[in-house]
Design a protein around this ligand. Sequence first.
Ligand code: GLY
Length: 370
Amino acid sequence: MARLNIALGQRSYDILVEAGALGQVAEHVAPWTRRGRTLWVSDSHVAQHHWPKVEAQLATAGVEAHLHVVPAGEASKRWAELARLIDWLLAMGVERSDTIFALGGGMIGDLTGFAASIVKRGCEFVQIPTTLLAQVDSSVGGKTAINTAAGKNLVGTFYQPKFVLIDPQVLATLPAREMRAGYAEVVKYGLIDDAPFFDWCEANGGQVLKQEPAALEHAIVTSVAAKARIVGEDERETKDKRALLNLGHTFGHALEADTGFGERLLHGEAVGVGMVLALRYSARRGLCDAADAQRVARHLGACAMPTSLSAAGVTAGGAELVDHMRHDKKMTGGTLPFLLLHAIGQTYVAHDVDLDDVARFLDEEHRRGA
Ligand code: GLY
């Protein structure tokens, strides 16, 4: 069990990591229960697994629980579902002092957080993430968003939750592939600025994926502590600090765009390949040792994750992949900040990356059959 705090002045909040916490959900949400009732948002899969237990506990505690169900899947992070959610909140008579509970993965957290930030000009919300990816990344830090026809996460807000409740035991119902995809984001924290944690991942990643309780909790707590520290220093990504969390995401985003942002290549899988590409590109520029790239690829490969363009099912050439990058929302003044590495645990933001050179690199990666 660990209680962490994200220090953001008046917007500070706690993140509780506790195995079995969902079993005491009524107690944990009591400080945010208003007028004897609670408003919940979940997706069709998560609600099936967890809602009966949550509802029963709240009923025992004498708290009314109302649930809005969003169809499962990234496709629900869109205007129409946002409108449906807001209409439901208004129909429920939501007041500014109400708290909205997001029970689900990244899609539910992003959609609910966005709705909470705009309904009645802002209501409180609490995150209860149910995927590893949401537990170690998206539920913490206050990024909310929906996707539009122009791209992913292009409309949203920075809006911090009041509390994040993480129960590692809820991952027991998560498909193994999603568990692995979330684990890529765990490894990311080692690569950013914590080489000893990457060593730990190499030794214990198998145990994390098997959900051995102590290893899983250590992986989650270390990741959340790193994220809390980084967001505490640069909440709105203006100082080249929070941007470090985007390691693997620029390459990864292009791979996701090529594979349709869906089941063919999950977000975490794309980030895993993207981190290997960031290391390989850094080595090509003489910034880091090629052995570091091999080491990370070996670890992710040992965890049954794709580590190359071909394994990710990417067929587009360098120019096409770079074209996807040019539409990235981080593009400023014609340049795209890139996360490169001097070594494992030494990531930095490079502002001098020539996208034509990245396209040549990606074509080389294709040619080497990687
Ligand atoms: N997922 C990256 C961030 O929260 O900044």
